[in-house]
Structures are given as structure tokens and as C-alpha cells.
Design a protein around this ligand. Structure first.
Ligand code: NAD
Ligand code: MG
Length: 421
């Protein structure tokens, strides 16, 4: 009898999931722990994500981290979060980190992988529940897509892959059961506001824009804009590429395309308004004339935490909005002369097909050139407009490649992006 009881107890013990302990010592079953991959862990989205994980150590476990630059920051993150997998840019970086962590004898058993293959591995790892897509630009296309193919919940901050291949992402998510959680602040606001209401009830989505650093600069001074001026956003602290996109308002153009796919809403029903305080993060006008908006201080931890905790809300410790401190909220029309990238992106959004991927490739190239101080600020919009003109001409040629007509595969998106570049 004793031996049978012991065997039964052993059986139960091996079947039970291990538990994690919380900061206040409570035991929490591991089934409630969400296992995360953070793509772009050393960037602005990545750092905000890790700050939330730090606040809720009993709810989240970091399984995998990735970055391309800021390796010192990554080393600190590995020591703190002890991920099982880490992906870096190249084999040399991976080898050095392996050495570092062997020498340190830190007790972590981290596997170091690299390159696109490594990113795909950590995005689709069977142990991972949720992938935070925080890489910047088209570089996030393959890893984000592999997370969707693997049926993961994906917190989509990295908007460029959706711009390039939105239809493919949505179709694939429908097949695999992957969930695309809108993490960009405007889209997260709409996600919170819609709360499952079907697209038929949406009359209009209104994306808000701060206007960036040049919202009041006289137009004749645009010729002299410096890189430092363009990088200093009045309301948000973000990575360099999105800061420039905000200054040109290409960011809002990309966000229209992103919203079109995430909320199954025609581009014609998506508007943009300037909201200089960045307190109203976006609004939905419903068919019955109701407007619902989401408000809060401009703090990316709110939308990221909403996605990490979804469908619950996390009791986030952050500075709160005091409505009494707001003397006014301003709404203004967007001036197309000040922000020529916005009407250009809207035209492209309406064209659909490969046009958004071409636009995105062109934009990334000219923004990189501006960041390298190779071109002037005003040349960003001029160059992209010229590329779109060429693209329209190419569409009328008899031998137009099929990837310029429609994006059917990930390779099509990559080819269209390259064409734009
Ligand atoms: P960032 O430049 O601060 O960070 C980018 C991260 O990706 C870094 O960890 C970097 O090492 C990594 N990375 C860069 N290039 C890479 C490559 N080729 N391969 C692999 N990894 C690479 O960028 P960010 O501001 O955090 O933005 C990330 C994404 O989130 C962008 O698509 C941006 O549009 C979107 N987003 C950002 C914010 C924000 O507040 N920062 C808000 C909304 C949306
Ligand atoms: Mg945004």
C-alpha cells in the first residue's frame, strides 16, 4: 500500500506544473505566467516592455531577447532576466556573448543565436506565448511573420511589416489563430475603444497626431532644419527612425495603412487630426454618432502593458493624467504643405497592392540618408514623391513584375520594398 501511494504521489508531482514565486513571496501557478520574446529589446519599445516585466515579475517570464545594437545594454538585460534564448546580429557577437557568459559563470543557460534565422527561431519557439514586435522597419518582417505563422499572440509595435504585407498578415493570423494586438499608441487606443465591436459599427477612425517638432515652424525655415531639431519630439521619446517619421508625418501615413489592416476599415474612413497635447490617443466615431476616445499621458508603457496583460488590465505604476491640470485640448486640421508625406501616403494607401511596400522601402532609405546627414529634411518628401511617380509609371509598362501589382507572398513584399529602396 505504501509503495502504491508513493507511486501515485510521484505521478501527481511529475504532472503538476512548476510554480513561480512573486515579489511578495506568494506562489503563483506557472500556467498564469506569460512567456515572452522581445524583439528589439534594447530599443525604445523593448526598454518600455522590460520595465513592465520588472513591475510584474510573477506574471511574465522573458524567454528570449534580441537586438542588433547596444550590446552592453543587452548584457545587463541577460543578467537581469536570464533568458533561455538571445539573438544578435551576427555570429561574431554571438560567439563573444557565449564567452562572456561562460567566463562570468553566471549560472544562466542562455543559448545565443544570430541573424534572421535566429530571429525566426526566437519568434516561433514553442515555449513562447507572446512576441513583442519591437524591431524598427522592414527588418521586422520575417520574425514578426514567423510569430504569426506559429500562432503566437503578437504585440505589434513594429508597424512597417503591416504596411508592407498587411493582407498577408491578417490572412495568416486568421488561419493560425495568431492574435495581432495593436501596440502603436493610436491603434491601441482604437483597440481599447472598440473592445470587440464589429467593423460595421465604425463610421470613422480618427488617428491623432502631435504634429512633431515643426508644427509651428514657418514654412520658409524648413530648408534649414537640422538633424538634431528633427529628432527632438515635443511629446514622445522614441527611436530615431520613428522620430523622423513623426517630424515628416510619414508616421501617420504608415499608421493609416496599419489601421486599415488591423481594424478592417476602408482607408476612406480613416482620418487624421492634430492633437498637440498628445492626450487623446485616437478616437472612433460610431455609426450612431457616438465618439469614443482613449486618453492618458503620452507613455508607451500604457499600450504595451494593455497588450501584455490582454484581455486583463494590469495595475500599472506610472504617472497618471490629472484632468484638472489640462486647461484645453486642441484639435487642428493637418496642413498638407507642412506635411507633404501625409497626402502622399494616403494616396498610396488608397492605391493598395504593392504601393505601400514601395513607399515604406523608399521612406526607410531616405530617412537613413537624413540620419546620416546625407540629405536635407525637405528632400525626404521630394525623393519619396519621385519614387512613387516612377512606381506609377512602372505599373503601366507591359513587363511590370507581378510583385509590383500585388503582394501575395513575403518574398513579394521584400521585392517591392527593395524596388522602393
Ligand atoms: P529603436 O530604434 O529604439 O529600437 C529598435 C530595436 O530593434 C533595437 O533593439 C535595435 O537593436 C533593433 N534593430 C534595429 N535594426 C535591426 C535589424 N536590422 N535587425 C534586428 N534588430 C534590429 O526603435 P523603436 O522606437 O523602439 O521602434 C520600434 C518599432 O516600434 C518601430 O517600428 C516603430 O515605428 C514602432 N513604434 C515605436 C514607438 C516608440 O515609442 N518608440 C511607438 C509606436 C510604434
Ligand atoms: Mg503611433
Amino acid at each position: 500500500l505504501f509503495r502504491s501511494c508513493a507511486r501515485i504521489l510521484l505521478f501527481i508531482a511529475t504532472r503538476m506544473k512548476p510554480s513561480a514565486s512573486t515579489a511578495n513571496g506568494q506562489e503563483v501557478p506557472s500556467s498564469v505566467v506569460t512567456k515572452l520574446t522581445v524583439l528589439g529589446a534594447t530599443g525604445s519599445i523593448g526598454l518600455n516592455t522590460l520595465e513592465i516585466v520588472r513591475q510584474f515579475p510573477h506574471k511574465f517570464k522573458i524567454e528570449a531577447l534580441s537586438c542588433r545594437s547596444s550590446i552592453e545594454r543587452l548584457v545587463e538585460q541577460i543578467k537581469e532576466f536570464q533568458p533561455r534564448l538571445v539573438c544578435v546580429d551576427n555570429s561574431e557577437q554571438a560567439r563573444e556573448l557565449r564567452e562572456t557568459f561562460r567566463d562570468r559563470n553566471s549560472g544562466t543557460e542562455t543559448e545565443f543565436v544570430w541573424g534572421v534565422e535566429g530571429l525566426i527561431q526566437i519568434s516561433s519557439d514553442p515555449e513562447v506565448d507572446l512576441v513583442v514586435a519591437g524591431i524598427v522597419g522592414a527588418a521586422g518582417l520575417q520574425p514578426t511573420f514567423s510569430a504569426v505563422q506559429a500562432g503566437k499572440t503578437v504585440a505589434v509595435a513594429n508597424k512597417e511589416p503591416l504596411v508592407m504585407a498587411g493582407e498577408l498578415f491578417v490572412q495568416t493570423a486568421n488561419k493560425t489563430g495568431a492574435k495581432l494586438l495593436p501596440t502603436d499608441s493610436e491603434h491601441n487606443a482604437i483597440f481599447q475603444v472598440l473592445h470587440g465591436e464589429p467593423p460595421e459599427r465604425i463610421a470613422r477612425l480618427i488617428l491623432t497626431a502631435s504634429g512633431g517638432p515643426f508644427r509651428d515652424l514657418p514654412l520658409k525655415e524648413f530648408e534649414k532644419i537640422t538633424l538634431a531639431e528633427a529628432l527632438s519630439h515635443p511629446n514622445w521619446e522614441m527611436g530615431q527612425k520613428i522620430s523622423i517619421d513623426s517630424a515628416t508625418m510619414m508616421n501617420k501615413g504608415l499608421e493609416i495603412i496599419e489601421a486599415h489592416w488591423l481594424f478592417n476599415t476602408p482607408v476612406e474612413n480613416i482620418d487624421v487630426l492634430m492633437q498637440r497635447e498628445s492626450i487623446i490617443h485616437s478616437m472612433v466615431e460610431f455609426i450612431d454618432g457616438s465618439f469614443l476616445a482613449q486618453m492618458g499621458l503620452p507613455d508607451m508603457r500604457v499600450p504595451i502593458a494593455y497588450c501584455l496583460g490582454w484581455p486583463e488590465r494590469l495595475p500599472l505604476k506610472i504617472p497618471r493624467l490629472d484632468p484638472l491640470s489640462m486647461s484645453a485640448l486642441h484639435f487642428e486640421k493637418i496642413d498638407p504643405q507642412r506635411y507633404p508625406c501625409l497626402p502622399l501616403a494616403i494616396k498610396v494607401a488608397k492605391q493598395g497592392g504593392a504601393a505601400p511596400a514601395v513607399l515604406n522601402g523608399a521612406n526607410e532609405t531616405v530617412v537613413t540618408a537624413f540620419l546620416g546627414e546625407e540629405i536635407r529634411f525637405v528632400e525626404i518628401a521630394e525623393t519619396i514623391a519621385a519614387v512613387i511617380k516612377d512606381f506609377e509609371k512602372a505599373l503601366h509598362q507591359v513587363d511590370v513584375p507581378s510583385f509590383l501589382r500585388k503582394i501575395r507572398t513575403l518574398e513579394d513584399a521584400e521585392h517591392a520594398d527593395k524596388w522602393g529602396r
